[in-house]
Design a protein around this ligand. Structure first.
Ligand SMILES: [Zn+2]
Ligand SMILES: [Zn+2]
Length: 257
């Protein structure tokens, strides 16, 4: 699968069900996420397809410890010499080769079905890797003109989203939400209430483009689309019709009309 240009300097690469992203920076390449344990070859092939060499990958930003995001981190570090960036809670998991804390299905029948498939197929372990850079909420990285780490727990306790300052703001939302059948919740959360708070936090940011671990990028007015669904004042059940995936956290939060 070839890398696809999303905005100048940013490529998306779909590896089965999951996306990884390649950023061209002034000092080489940055990778956001690493796919499954078997994805390293396809990622390095995509690096060459955009005219770069594996050794030019300098930074690997890992959004969270799940096996579809951190799976090839160890292999890619070995083959590129890049250093890795994660939140401390998930860095501890990856350093120990662990991938999953207990998860529950998101709301709705569709998520229940996807969840059943996921938990029966997800790798429980990955090759352990060292994480050189631990990131806290709000940390600004001098990568590609400016990249802010945003702690978005709920789906995964140490999950980070990243906000790239260029092109009117490009959000890498990781699995805080997904855009597989429209913008919606992810199929699984460690703590759904926490996940909704993280989505409200992302909705307060300014970004035109949003990229996801799963599904297509939103290329226009992405922050408005997030706010319509997940800002605290928004009707949180507005998208329930499509797949029954998005209901209010508490029944009392539902508004009439
Ligand atoms: Zn995940
Ligand atoms: Zn994922």
């Amino acid at each position: 699968m070839a890398a696809r240009l999303i905005v100048p300097g940013l490529y998306g690469l779909r590896l089965g069900m999951v996306n990884v992203f390649l950023l061209e920076t002034d000092e080489g390449l940055a990778l956001i996420d690493t796919g499954y344990a078997t994805s390293a070859g396809a990622i390095l092939k995509a690096v060459r397809q955009i005219g770069r060499q594996p050794q030019e990958v300098r930074h690997i930003l890992v959004t969270h410890c799940h096996p579809d995001h951190a799976g090839s981190l160890a292999a890619l570090k070995q083959q590129t010499g890049a250093t890795a960036y994660m939140h401390p809670e998930d860095a501890a998991m990856v350093r120990a080769g662990k991938t999953l804390r207990p998860l529950s299905a998101g709301p709705g029948i569709f998520n229940a079905l996807v969840f059943q498939i996921l938990i029966h197929t997800a790798a429980q372990s990955i090759e352990a890797a060292e994480i050189e850079h631990l990131l806290a909420d709000g940390d600004e990285l001098p990568i590609a003109g400016g990249m802010r780490a945003i702690h978005v727990p709920g789906h995964c306790a140490g999950q980070l989203a990243f906000l790239w300052s260029r092109h009117g703001g490009v959000l890498f939302a990781a699995d805080a939400c997904a855009n597989v059948f429209g913008l919606g919740l992810s199929p699984a959360y460690e703590d759904l209430s926490e996940g909704r708070r993280s989505l409200a936090k992302l909705s307060a940011l300014e970004f035109g483009v949003a990229c996801f671990g799963h599904g297509r990028p939103v290329l226009k007015n992405a922050a408005q689309k997030f706010r319509r669904k997940w800002a605290p004042a928004a009707r949180s059940d507005s998208a329930a019709a499509s797949i029954g995936a998005d209901r209010p956290a508490k029944p009392g939060a539902r508004r009439p009309g």
